[in-house]
Structures are given as C-alpha cells and as structure tokens.
Write a protein that binds this ligand. Structure first.
Ligand SMILES: [Zn+2]
Length: 97
C-alpha cells in the first residue's frame, strides 16, 4: 500500500518533440487506405445547414491528398467561411518526399 512513491511524469506528451529515429507520433494521412505521413492540415469552416452555428472540419493529410483538397461546403459559406491548408508543424525535417 505504498502509493506515496514520487512518480515523475517522464512520458509527458511527447508529441511535439521528435525523438531520434522514432516518428510514429506523427499523424498519418486522414484519407482511408493512405498510410503516408500527414504533412498538412486542411481546415474548412462553414455554416451548419441547420443554422446551429459554424462547423469546423479539420483533417490532416499527406501532401498528395492535401493537393487534391478543395472546398466542399461552399453552398454553406457565410461571412466567416474559411478554407485553409497549412503545413503541420514539426514535419519540416530532411525526409525525402
Ligand atoms: Zn494521403
């Protein structure tokens, strides 16, 4: 019943600190059957059809699929509509694309 050991949180969230040789903390492409590493995040913000407010759809994609992305909810656009493709942080290493 010794619960008083001082456990240090050695494994905190290591998602944003790349370990040497270990890269499995990086997300995979959101597309089904695509196992490429996601290097972009695609965000689309549009107005919900029901008028209940804005919806943000976000997906991380590999470069090829991010390249294919296009706005899909323009019919639900509104003054704050957003379609954005941004590079994921922490993926700018010397990986051969
Ligand atoms: Zn992909």
């Amino acid at each position: 019943m010794g619960d008083t050991e001082s456990e240090r949180k050695d494994r905190a969230d290591d998602e944003d600190r790349p370990e040497d040789g270990v890269t499995d903390s990086r997300p995979e492409c959101h597309r089904r059957s695509c196992t490429e590493r996601a290097t972009f995040v695609v965000l689309e913000r549009y107005q919900e059809e029901t008028g209940h407010g804005a919806v943000e759809a976000e997906a991380v994609l590999c470069q090829a699929h991010a390249n294919e992305e296009s706005p899909t909810n323009l019919d639900a656009s509104y003054p704050d509509y957003v379609f954005r493709v941004e590079p994921l942080e922490g993926t700018q290493d010397t990986d051969t694309a």
